[in-house]
Write a protein that binds this ligand. Structure first.
Ligand code: HPA
Length: 278
């Protein structure tokens, strides 16, 4: 897909949503595995199923219910993505990040990314929450490849501070306030859908990576291109391949995410409430 096609599609998706709601969010939240029912805690103003948006990529992963939810977390206007699309589903990388770009066009200034990951850091435990301080995205295609979309951002965007320092401070304070233990570290995105081999996990650890997953970093790159303030929390659902005797399964990841969900939700709510004061 060419860059001008990507931009046209984005503007069409924007006008499609604007025919349904004029809600202007401040914070965009992407709900990863385990946080799917976070949407139930939102005071909902409008919902838009992805399938109702012309040209919008619709997820094929079982259990990934796809829609935008517009509403309020405490008094903060948010748009929530219930379900995201992953590169491994076969979409162009431009389609994978289209929802992020769309939420920015709808008014969101802050992007709150969440995901499920495998722990690479040997001091992590299954069920830990990790504040993402930086990422390694170079194992996945860069979503900015192709002619630069000038309407969105600059050709060579700086990636020194992808994850905003002030937002990280707020999240750490929120974790203290709610007595939630929070790890922090570097998240690496690989394409998936296969889990990594033990040798790949050793490589990632050598490279300074603390957790690994199949989403998020490319979304952060697209958002940073557009000048959004970004933060992210990863739910470390399992220790990565080769770190325990157990083989990895999607079901195990989902069960661990479900178990961590109450703390995860509490942390997101307390953080977003405080983002509203920024
Ligand atoms: N690897 C990659 N992605 C993941 C993992 C993992 O071990 N766990 C949850 N998502």
């Amino acid at each position: 897909m060419t860059s001008s096609n990507i931009y046209d599609k984005l503007k069409k998706c924007e006008s499609c949503i604007r025919q349904i709601t004029d809600f202007v969010p401040k914070v965009a939240i992407v709900l990863g595995s385990g946080l799917g029912d976070y949407a139930d805690t939102i005071r909902v103003s409008a919902q838009v199923p992805y399938g109702d948006i012309e040209g919008f990529p619709v997820s094929t992963v079982p259990g990934h219910d796809g829609r935008f939810i517009f509403g309020y977390v405490e008094e903060v206007p948010v748009v929530c993505m219930k379900g995201r699309v992953h590169y491994y589903e076969g979409y162009d990388i431009g389609d994978v990040v289209l929802p992020i770009r769309l939420m920015k066009l709808l008014g969101a200034e802050i992007l709150f990314l969440t995901n499920a990951s495998g722990g690479v850091n040997t001091s992590f435990h299954a069920g830990d929450l990790m504040l993402i301080t930086d990422h390694i995205s170079c194992f996945a295609p860069n979503p900015l490849i192709g002619a630069n979309i000038e309407e969105l951002g600059t050709r060579f965007p700086d990636m020194t501070h992808v994850y905003d320092g002030e937002l990280q401070t707020v999240i750490k304070a929120a974790a203290r306030e709610r007595h939630i233990f929070l790890q922090q570290g570097v998240y690496a995105q690989l394409t998936g859908p296969s889990f990594e081999t033990p040798a790949e996990i050793r490589m990632l650890r050598t490279l300074g990576c603390d957790a690994v997953g199949m989403s998020t970093a490319v979304e952060a790159v697209a958002a940073a291109h557009m000048g959004m303030k970004i933060c992210g929390i990863s739910c470390v659902c399992n220790l990565a391949a080769g770190m325990t005797a157990n083989p990895l399964s999607h079901r195990e990841v989902q069960e661990a995410a479900d178990k961590a969900a109450p703390a995860f939700k509490s942390l997101v709510t307390e953080s977003v409430k405080n983002f509203g004061k920024m």
